[in-house]
Ligand binder design. Structure first.
Ligand code: AHR
Length: 523
């Protein structure tokens, strides 16, 4: 896949820009001049729609109060699921949801979460605040929820404290259409037909909360547990191995060497932390440009991690049969003052929107290997799409980026060459403008532009090579403040606005504001 984003200086670049545009557009003082060439006649791989996936764990108010309020709640709901949240998620076309964890998964025993809710056992959520887990939201509730919003289900099984038999039974309960006792139990619990289960994870973070294993041991356990996850349904189940975090390339190497022949996907987890210090991560709002820059630089680092993990996978799997699933990613800040430290509740600002956009752009550029990604997490936890408080709900800037990127789901990646000056702050050096493009199944080309510079706008001149262009229109997300965010008191402080490019000669010219994300359809 062609990927070229040279870090030219503003001065050198300006000379190039003038030649390229032939003087077609004037550049305002202080604005960056950027040229983008989209190679529409050299399409790349399909962008798997699952890279726009989400992660929903039994953590804090992610499930309880976020998705589920119960059928008896005064909060408007459908069979216990919040109506406002259902509607908001439907608009995102959520392609896949990973559940029930996270660390929670390797402590979760699925039989706790089936049958009459009043009779389900109450457990301690040992990982997340030691709070009571009522098990009101279990297998039936999750799989029904995924169906209701049209998402694929990705269930993570318990390797750390569970048995292969327990895992085998769970998959049979979910997917068997037979008259077996487990399939009949599902029917007795109100679900006649099996659910679709396209993805199943064999444990989570086996190197840490999933069992503190060495990769050699985990690879053997993967082989053993995977043997008992049987395909009861003809469409089969893709089995996902617990993968590395960050730059733990040794984990990837060992698991691929020892189990690469029997797994369908390997996961990767990576969180962007402003300070790089887990004890003092940095605040979600009220930060300065230093933490704006360091957070975006941290987010951009996943490009290198994916490249190097993928290169190791190539040694064992040059055909790229095995996918890399970035099934946990996003920002991780200090929890909001006054909130439960175990609940990982954080605000979500324009900075998160830019993290989301540059991360999605990176996943798209690695579409040949990265075939799923799940932002952590869906509601009220870490880099959330949605925040709720009682009956109120706000959509975050990250939500809006995911909505703007919907046309990229399942589209064909188009290589993009970007000539941009750098955004520099302290030790941070990033391309000021990032761009990706894709052609959807109806033939329309979509273009995403991201300006990480919080102080300078950019004049972006786009040439679509191999396709006629007349106009480009869509939306832009930006605000005056780097930490602009929506609150329960002011839920519409930041939301997308209309945005379009102007055609000059054969080139589309966009005035991209500082600190912004724009997505347009090109006609
Ligand atoms: O997303 C929060 C936690 O981060 C998950 O439970 C775990 O897998 C990761 O360490």
């Amino acid at each position: 896949m062609s990927k070229s984003r040279p870090l030219t200086t503003l001065g050198i670049w300006s000379l190039m820009f003038c030649g390229f545009l032939g003087g077609a557009a004037a550049v305002a003082a202080g604005e960056a001049s950027v040229s983008v060439a989209v190679q529409a006649s050299a399409p790349g791989p399909k962008i798997d729609r699952h890279i726009f996936g989400q992660f929903a764990e039994h953590l804090g108010r992610g499930i309880y109060g976020g998705v589920w309020v119960g059928p008896g709640s005064s909060i408007p709901n459908t069979d216990g699921y919040r109506n406002d949240v259902l509607a908001a998620l439907k608009a995102l076309h959520v392609p896949v949801i990973r559940w029930p964890g996270g660390c929670f998964a390797d402590d979760y025993h699925w039989r706790d979460g089936i049958g009459p809710r009043a009779q389900r056992p109450v457990r301690i959520n040992t990982h997340w605040g030691g709070v009571m887990e009522p098990n009101s939201f279990g297998t039936n509730e999750f799989l029904d929820f995924a169906e209701m919003i049209g998402a694929d289900a990705y269930v993570t099984g318990n390797v750390g404290s569970g048995t292969p038999a327990e895992m085998a039974d769970w998959v049979e309960y979910i997917t068997s259409d037979s008259r077996s006792t487990l399939a009949q139990l599902r029917r007795a619990n109100g679900r006649d037909a099996p659910w679709r289960l396209p993805f199943f994870g064999i444990g989570n973070e086996a190197w840490g909360c999933g069992g503190n294993m060495r990769p050699e041991y985990y690879a053997d356990l993967f082989r053993r547990y995977a043997t008992f996850v049987r395909d009861h349904a003809p469409e089969g189940i893709e089995l996902v191995a617990s993968g590395a975090h960050d730059d733990d390339y040794h984990w990837t190497d060992v698991v691929m060497a020892r189990a690469g022949d029997v797994l369908d996907a390997l996961s990767l987890h990576y969180y962007s932390i402003p300070t790089g210090n887990w004890k003092h991560k940095g605040a979600a709002t009220g930060f300065g440009e230093d933490q704006w820059a360091s957070t975006l630089q941290a987010a951009a680092r996943i490009d290198e991690y994916i490249t190097r993990h993928s290169a190791i996978m190539d040694k064992y799997d040059p055909q790229k049969r095995v996918a890399l699933f970035v099934d946990e990613w996003g920002t991780w800040y200090d929890q909001e003052p006054g909130s439960h430290p175990g609940f990982l509740y954080q605000q979500n600002s324009l900075r998160d929107a830019l993290v989301a956009a540059i991360s999605l752009d990176i996943f798209e550029r690695h579409a040949d290997r990265v075939r799923m990604a799940n932002i952590a997490q869906m509601i009220n936890v870490l880099q959330a799409m949605i925040l709720t408080r009682g009956s109120r709900m706000v959509l975050t800037p990250t939500y809006y980026v995911f909505r703007m990127y919907v046309p990229f789901q399942g589209a064909t990646y188009l290589p993009v060459k970007v000539d941009t000056p750098s955004y520099r702050y302290g030790t941070t050096v990033l391309p000021a403008v990032d761009a990706t493009a894709a052609r959807d199944t109806a033939g329309t080309i979509h273009l995403a532009l991201v300006n990480v510079d919080p102080r300078h706008g950019a004049t972006v001149s786009v040439r679509i090579e191999g396709a006629g262009t007349h106009s480009a229109a869509g939306q832009v997300l930006t605000a005056a403040a780097m930490d602009a965010h929506n609150t329960f008191e002011d839920p519409n402080a930041i939301s997308p606005a209309p945005f379009k490019g102007v055609r000059k000669g054969g080139i589309l010219v966009f005035r991209l504001p500082p600190k912004s994300v724009a997505v347009v359809a090109v006609h």
